[in-house]
Design a protein around this ligand. Sequence first.
Ligand SMILES: Cc1cc2nc3c(=O)[nH]c(=O)nc-3n(C[C@H](O)[C@H](O)[C@H](O)COP(=O)(O)OP(=O)(O)OC[C@H]3O[C@@H](n4cnc5c(N)ncnc54)[C@H](O)[C@@H]3O)c2cc1C
Length: 528
Amino acid sequence: MTTLLPPGVSEESFRAAYDEFVALLGQERVLLHGKDDLTEYRDPYEPESWELFLPSAVVHPKSTEEVQEVVRIANRHTITLWVHGAGKNNAYGGGAPGVNGAVTISFREFREVLEINEELGYAVVSPGTTWQELYDAIQAGGHNLMLSCTDLGWGSVIANATEHGLTYTPYGQDFQMPCGMEVVLPDGDVLRTGMGAMPNNNAWHLYKRGLGPTLDQLFMQSNFGIVTRMGVWLAPMPETFRACWVRIWDEKDVIPLVDRLRELRLDRTIEGVPVMYNTLLAASAMSKRTQWYEGDDPIPDDIIDHVAKELQVGRFGLRFALFGDEQVVEYNWEKCRKAFETVPGADVWSTKCAGKDIPNLEHPGERTAGGIPGMTALNQTYWYSEEHGGHIGAAPAVPLTGEEFYKSHLLMREVVEKEAGVDYMAGIPIINARTVLPIACITYDTTNEEQSRDSYEAAKLLITRLAENGYGEYRTHIDTMDHSQATFSWNDNAYLRFVEKLKDAVDPNGILMPGKQGIWPERLRPQR
Ligand SMILES: Cc1cc2nc3c(=O)[nH]c(=O)nc-3n(C[C@H](O)[C@H](O)[C@H](O)COP(=O)(O)OP(=O)(O)OC[C@H]3O[C@@H](n4cnc5c(N)ncnc54)[C@H](O)[C@@H]3O)c2cc1C
């Protein structure tokens, strides 16, 4: 039997639960630590020797009813459960549980596109369905619909949405895609949100509210339930698509760049989720670090300037896209071009195609902006090691003004370079017209223990320093959940006190994802 156990559980209870999982799902859908190879279920960016976040077992239900039964077994034996969809939450803990020894419910075998409705523009998916699978199903059905997807096609649509994950076409803006969920609760009951609470309702995946408080948000970044089905809004394929780029050569010019962008977002000329990147993030997607610098210290500014020029990526770049009827897109493009050309030294250009031709675009970033899933962005993690690249970070919500963004940029760069001792690489999605989410991508070599430890520590320090300056995390790694939640402490932690009251009410045995986003059930609160 395994030597790793869920917290507070005897080997005997664990054995009894394990036997019940096997009786329910069959031996082939229950994996055990110490017996089976669980490499695929740990965080790929955690150094191998650390063993901080490992599952004691992994179960693979294939239906809502099986999920309910797994949860009931866990309740009977007080077994801590964690959940993943595709288990690819890389940079935030991958497929690993946030509590060592938890039993992972993996949805890698519960993946199906249940419905695609072109007339009303939505799809319905089960919890392991990936972006790539949904995209392929849309194509296979010949639907004239556009998906909004993440950089990497291997993640699960539902898991990503429950993490407040971000995608780039117009419905990506402010996380608009999810609509209507089915949720297994921590006691094994199941509910449907919004209009789904009415039997046979026809608008469950069309209208986002119901009668009374809307619950969907309660199940995102949360440990109040397990989402087993969700509606996803899809836009009609636009007639015309323009992937647009702006490049600047002096870091400080990001101030007017961000200000022009905000104006064009507030008046709705630019929709969707534009993204900025700094030189080294762009370089990591296109080249190897050793090509530019041999030193172990962070790459100095004169070399960064050199990289910016050689790769023609600038000190900052901005990608945004325009979607719609040709005349509208052309009008908006001219307006954007003129506005961004007022930024000192800015280069502004774009690629135009028909919506149906987006998959044929050569630039992978342009395809992502147009809702085509891919895997190219993964190159970013190979900066320090091709085979053992790791990535952790911090990702605060920052007001979308040039001054605020630049202030947060300098702060983040200083902490990453000084504390982690690594290059500062930033991917910077502009999630709505008023907020930017600069993601400090602290990239390290997972076989280098010291660099990995410094990177984990730097992520914590970043979160603290950002909070001191009024910036809170939009999402966080399993290693920094308590640390991040502690910064949301207004009025003697009123938020945390409230959500933990809810947690204790809906999960009295404290079995489901304890500690997720820093929310602990009473039973395990001393572990915080
Ligand atoms: C190079 C690179 C680029 C990236 N680009 C993006 C990007 O463009 N956008 C983005 O958002 N992220 C991005 N990420 C981060 C991350 O890799 C993706 O968000 C990824 O899709 C998440 O993996 P997943 O969907 O498989 O989630 P999983 O690992 O399956 O799940 C993540 C977490 O969600 C919760 N969860 C999962 N399923 C459920 C459920 N059914 N019910 C309740 N809770 C659940 C659990 O707490 C789980 O730990 C990027 C990472 C890297 C390294």
